[in-house]
Design a binder for this molecule. Sequence first.
Ligand SMILES: Cc1cc2nc3c(=O)[nH]c(=O)nc-3n(C[C@H](O)[C@H](O)[C@H](O)COP(=O)(O)OP(=O)(O)OC[C@H]3O[C@@H](n4cnc5c(N)ncnc54)[C@H](O)[C@@H]3O)c2cc1C
Length: 551
Amino acid sequence: VAAFPFLGDGSGAVPNNQRVRADPRELDGRRFDAVVVGGGIHGAALAREIALRRGNVLLVERDDFGSGTSMRSSRLVHGGIRYLEQGRLGLVYEALHERERLLRLAPHLVRPLPMLMPFFRDGGKSPFLLRVGLRVYTLLAGRSRLPRPSFHGPADCARLFPGLRAAGLTGGALFFDAATVDLRLCLAVMRAAAGAGALLCNHAELIGIDGDRVRIRDRVWDVEVAVRAAAVFNAAGPHLDEVRRRLGIEGAPLVRWSRGSHLVLPPVEHETALGAFLPDGRIQFVIPHEGGVLCGTTERDEAVGDGAPTVPEEDAEYLLSSLSWLLAPAPERGDVRFAYAGWRALPVGSGPLGKVSREAMVVVERGPAGPVHTIVGGKLTTHRALAERAVNRWLRRRDPSPSRTEALPGGAGPQEPADPLWRRHGSLAAEVRALAAADPELIEPVSPGYGFLAAEAAYAVAREGAVTLTDLALRRLHRTCGPALDEATLARLLELLGRHRPPGLPPLDAAAEVAQLREEVRRMAGPFGDAIASPGSARGAAAPGESRRRA
Ligand SMILES: Cc1cc2nc3c(=O)[nH]c(=O)nc-3n(C[C@H](O)[C@H](O)[C@H](O)COP(=O)(O)OP(=O)(O)OC[C@H]3O[C@@H](n4cnc5c(N)ncnc54)[C@H](O)[C@@H]3O)c2cc1C
C-alpha cells in the first residue's frame, strides 16, 4: 500500500485490535488526518478505508456502533431488482459485484439466499417483465458464484415456500441474492477499521466546533475533548444535516427521510425467501433468518425527530395486510415476535419516495474547521465501494483499495457453517473459545435456553466495544426475534458486563441499565413494544425457539 500523504500528527495508523473502543481521555488536543462522524456501516467503512491507506483516523459514534439505520435494514446484500425498473443499471451493477465480494470476503456473515418471486393473477407486475428483469439482473452480475434463476409452476412454488397463498398463484421465479445480519456486518467492518489502526469511540458525540477544533463529548468517561482534523467525514446518516450545522455549515438540507418498518414472525424450517410484488407495486420481502422471519418493508416520508425511529400502527397494519395477501394462513398480530423501523437518508428531492435514487453522493463543503465530506444515501451492500470512492476522491487517487481483496475479520480460514459460533464470529470463534478455555465458567450459556455462551458476552465487552447492557443484549448478542429480557439473563449479562469493562469506570447502575434496554426495545417495536418489553413478558424470554438453519 502506498503511504498516505502526511496530514496528521505523524503517528500514522497503528494496529489497534485489542479493545475496539479507544480511550477518549487520550485524545484531547491530538491532530488527525480525518475524523469520521457516525458509526454505522458507512462510517465504519470510511474509517477502515482511511486506516488501510495508513491515515490517522478517529471515528466517533454518539450511541453504539450500528445503532442507527445499519441495524434496521432488510438485511439483504443485493443488487436490488426493483432499481432496474428505474433504469439504475450502474447502481445494480456495482451492488451485484459488491455482493459477490462480500460472499467471498465475509462468508460467515453473508450467505446465499434463494428468493422466490411468485406470480399471481392479481399480482403487481407482469410476469413477462419480471422474467426480462431477472435476465438483465443475471447478466449484470457477470460470473457469479450463485446459481442462475429457474422458473417453476405453482406446485413447485408451494413446496419451495410452504404457506404461500395458492389461490391465483400461476408460478414463480427462483433466483439467488444474499442475506446478512446488518449489525454484525457493521461490527465486522468496525473491527477491520480498528485492526487497520483506526481509533473508534462509541457513546461519543460530535457536539460542535471551537475554532479549528472539533468538540466531542464522551458519555462513558464523561469528558469533553477537542481534536483537529485535516478533514471531517460526515457519515451521520439521517442526522447528517444536523452534523453539518454543528460543523458550522449553513447550506440547504441535503437529506430527505423515508421510514421503513419490519415485522419479525416465528422461525420456519426452510431457507427460501419471498420477494413478491404487491398490487400497489411495492415489493414485500419475507426472509427466513435464524430465530425469526423478517417481513418488510414500508416507505413513508417522515421528519426525523429526536431519539430513534419506531414502528407506527399504520406500518404494522400495512405489513399485516400485505402479508395476508401473500400468505395463507395470514399471520396475525399475536404472531409478531419483534418489530423495528429505520430511516433511509435519501438525497433531497421531490416526487414519490420509491423513485428517489438509492445511489450515494459525496458532498464536499468547507466549514470553519476545515473540509467536510458528507455521505448522502447509499446501501448496506455498497458501503465498501462508496468509502473507497470517497477516500480516493479526497486523496485524488485512483488506485484500487486493499479492501477489495482483504477478508473482513473472521472471514478467512476454513468454513464451518454448522457451527453457530462460526456463523457469528467466523474464524474469530477461536478467540471466543480461548476466552472460555481460560475461564471454564464462560463455557456455559449465559442462561438456560439462551443461544449465546457467557464467553461471547465477555468477548463482546472485552473486544467488540460493548459498553452498556443495551449494547450487549440488543446489539452484540443479536437475535432476529429481539433480545432476551428475562430477569435471569439480564442479571447474568450485567454481571459479565461489570466484570469485563475497562477498569476505573463508575459502577453500573443495574436498574437504570435494564430500564434503558426495555425502553429502547419498547420504542423499536412500536405497537408491539409493551407486550415484548414489559417485565415478565413471555415474549422476551431467553428460549428463542431458533430454527435450525441448514448449513
Ligand atoms: C427500512 C430499510 C431497509 C433497508 N434495507 C436494505 C437492504 O436490504 N440492503 C441494503 O443494502 N441496504 C438497505 N438499506 C439501506 C442501509 O440500511 C443504509 O444505507 C445504511 O445502513 C446507512 O448506513 P449509515 O452508516 O449511512 O447510517 P446509520 O447506520 O444511520 O449511521 C449513522 C450514525 O451516525 C450517528 N450520529 C448521528 N449524529 C451524530 C453525532 N453528532 N456524533 C456522532 N455520531 C452521530 C448515529 O447515531 C448513527 O449510528 C435499508 C434501509 C432502510 C431504512
